[in-house]
Ligand binder design. Structure first.
Ligand code: SAH
Ligand code: SF4
Length: 422
């Protein structure tokens, strides 16, 4: 029996890609294994957005090099952000790697019968009830700190019909919720004939039978339209969970980041979201310690977080990425200790906010889609994306919508007991 192992780090786009590659490998006769040592085919799905991620990828590649020495028959494929346009150069520096696959490209690692349907090949054989689907690859934005456009290339949208076809196939395999993915989902469709946009795609997906919920990320504050907000508010399957990275609460820093909006624009957008979608859960990304970020500018970010009270905040310390505008033009002059202090401050502030927000759900009943059973508990998410655990009963709840009465809350998750299932 041939076995495969996939190692993934990075964003949800990488996780979605790994699921699709797992489907491809399974269709080619491979079975999954948890350990690289047992595998005949290893896929390393890489991320280089931050230095820390790149370091982990480099270490993993070194470990695979020694593994291949002891098992020369195995194959190694690398995909994700490490794979740029220049695969020849990569091949030279990493001779132990057999295949390089650009993010989003279809693998041609084995001979497949021509009759096999392409979409089916790339759909995971056993998808989770809540699954990710990429709708647009690449990014045209060139924020000054970001390596993504250099590695993932320009924006390329998948045709609406392809996405609908994939989602219907996923639903046939038990999926009940899809999260549509892109570095900037708000620019979906501008490169397609007829220029359909994300709102148009949501209308079509909302009509797919047996699909219960639709989410999407990441939104860009400069591209999110009122039309999209209205679609979220009116389409019953579209969840009001919005990831809208602000990155900084200071106009000068936003300008140096080349984000293309002001704090006031962001504030107005957030208010429109709260007003049109009352149950909306808004999350954001923050970078602390951007070159020359002063204490006062950092304070502006904290003030914005306290004002808008996000549901979730993903915070990162700035790390210069060679090749980006910021790495070229600005000195990385906020000391590491200071970056760590600012990072902790944001985390502590957000922990307080999330503690209060979640505590309000105590005693309330929420609806969740059950996604998995782990460590003796079922787990699922509310429409707003909150993670909920409940103890196992005799039934199998996987893929079902159930109602849970919340008995315990923390900043990160909720616990409760089953009320009624249907
Ligand atoms: N397209 C999304 C995010 C893509 S990268 C957006 O527009 O926000 C994911 C996150 O990594 C970013 O939101 C940012 O917070 C972080 N990030 C990207 N480059 C970084 C860098 N050089 N240093 C630190 N964090 C970075
Ligand atoms: Fe990077 Fe900016 Fe594109 Fe996001 S929008 S992927 S941060 S360049």
């Amino acid at each position: 029996m041939l076995r495969y192992h996939i190692w993934t780090i990075g964003c949800q786009m990488n996780k979605a890609e790994s699921d699709r590659l797992a489907g491809y490998l399974e269709q080619s006769g491979y079975q999954s294994t948890d350990t690289a040592e047992e595998a005949d085919f290893i896929v390393l799905n890489s991320c280089v957005v931050r230095q820390s991620a790149e370091n982990r990828v480099v270490n993993k590649l070194a470990a695979l090099k020694s593994l291949k020495k002891s098992r020369p028959g195995m194959s190694i494929a690398v995909t994700g952000c490490l794979v740029n346009g220049n695969t020849e150069q990569l091949q030279k520096s990493l001779p132990h790697v057999d295949y390089f696959l650009k993010p989003g490209e279809s693998p041609r690692w084995f001979d497949m019968p021509a009759t096999q349907d392409k979409t089916r090949m790339l759909v995971s054989a056993h998808p989770s009830p809540a699954t990710f689907v990429s709708i647009i690859q690449g990014c045209d934005n060139f924020c000054s700190y970001c390596i993504v456009p250099y590695r993932r290339g320009r924006e390329k949208s998948r045709p609406v019909s392809d996405i609908i076809c994939e989602v219907k196939e996923l639903v046939r395999r038990g999926v009940r919720e899809v999260t549509l993915l892109g570095q900037n989902v708000d620019s979906y469709g501008h490169d397609l004939p007829g220029r359909p946009d994300l709102a148009d795609l949501l209308v079509e997906l909302n009509a797919v039978d047996e699909l219960f919920r639709i989410r999407f990320l990441t939104n860009h504050p400069k591209d999110m339209t009122s039309k999209l907000l209205d679609a979220i508010a009116s389409l019953e399957k579209v969840c009001g969970q919005i990831n809208l990275p602000v990155q900084s609460g200071d106009d000068e820093i936003l300008k140096a980041m080349r984000r293309g909006y002001t704090v006031e624009h962001y504030r107005r957008l957030a208010r429109e979201l709260y007003q049109k979608i009352p149950e909306v859960a808004l999350s954001t990304d923050i970078i602390v310690g951007f070159p020359s970020e002063s204490e006062e500018q950092f304070r502006h970010t904290c003030d914005l977080l306290a004002e808008l009270r996000f549901d979730t905040v993903h915070v990162a310390a700035y790390s210069p990425r060679p090749g980006t505008i910021a790495a070229r033009e600005f000195q990385d002059n906020v000391p590491q200790d200071e970056k760590s202090r600012r990072l902790r401050m944001v985390e502590e502030l957000q922990e307080r906010i999330a503690t209060e927000t979640n505590a309000r759900l105590l005693g309330k009943t929420v609806e969740i889609l059950v996604e998995a059973r782990e460590k003796g508990k079922w787990q699922g998410r509310t429409r707003s994306g909150k993670l909920v655990f409940f103890p196992p009963e005799a039934c199998d709840y996987l893929g079902q919508l159930v109602k849970i009465k919340i008995e315990k809350t923390s900043p990160w998750s909720l616990q409760g007991k089953l009320e009624i299932s249907y």
